[in-house]
Design a protein around this ligand. Structure first.
Ligand SMILES: Cc1cc2nc3c(=O)[nH]c(=O)nc-3n(C[C@H](O)[C@H](O)[C@H](O)COP(=O)(O)O)c2cc1C
Length: 164
């Protein structure tokens, strides 16, 4: 059996990519009130009562400090047609919101105009997780627009729509 030192990073990444996931964009406001957002696939459900979800933010993300200290954030589950938006929010840096007409959610968090589902959260816990921090959020509002989801598997977006 491989011990910790024998784990090869590329092989580990490839093995993880076998697990198909949805794709989300997580948004918040920084201390100056500027919008920040990143593409995230580490999102998952945690608890129904109380309603808790989690996701993890990498230390290399420019938004790391904002998200690990933000009191509120919103998770947008992307719809099948939003691959371009996923690419846009996966680019490091500013100006990701320039072309987007956002509304304001809980405590002013940016809400994207389009999504399959949106969860508005307060930060409940932040746990260490290696080169990431695990953020657990309590959901205060959620909306489901019943769209087909954007799904990623083996680092590729799946293009198939679900049954009608
Ligand atoms: C499909 C996909 C999923 C991603 N999931 C995560 C994630 O769960 N956590 C994370 O920190 N970064 C994730 N990333 C990478 C960030 O979106 C990327 O590093 C982004 O540039 C960070 O933006 P920032 O540097 O402006 O904060 C993902 C990227 C893609 C394309």
């Amino acid at each position: 059996m491989a011990d910790r030192t024998e784990i090869d990073v590329d092989g580990f990444r490839r093995a993880l990519s076998c697990f198909a996931t949805g794709v989300t964009v997580v948004t918040a406001l920084d201390a100056k009130g500027e919008k920040v957002g990143i593409t995230v696939s580490s999102f998952n459900s945690v608890s129904l009562e109380p309603p808790l979800i989690l996701w993890s933010v990498g230390v290399d993300s420019m938004s790391y400090d904002v998200f690990t200290s933000a009191k509120y954030f919103a998770v947008h589950v992307l719809a099948l047609h939003q691959q371009e938006l996923s690419d846009q929010f996966a680019l490091s840096g500013n100006n990701k919101f320039a072309t987007l007409d956002c509304s304001e959610g809980i405590h002013g968090v940016p809400i994207l105009p389009e999504f399959a589902a949106c969860l508005e959260c307060s930060t409940e816990y932040v746990y260490p997780g290696g080169d990431h921090k695990i953020i657990v959020g309590r959901v205060h509002r959620c909306e489901d627009r019943e769209a087909d989801p954007l799904i990623i598997h083996r680092s590729r977006f799946l293009r198939k729509e679900g049954p009608a």
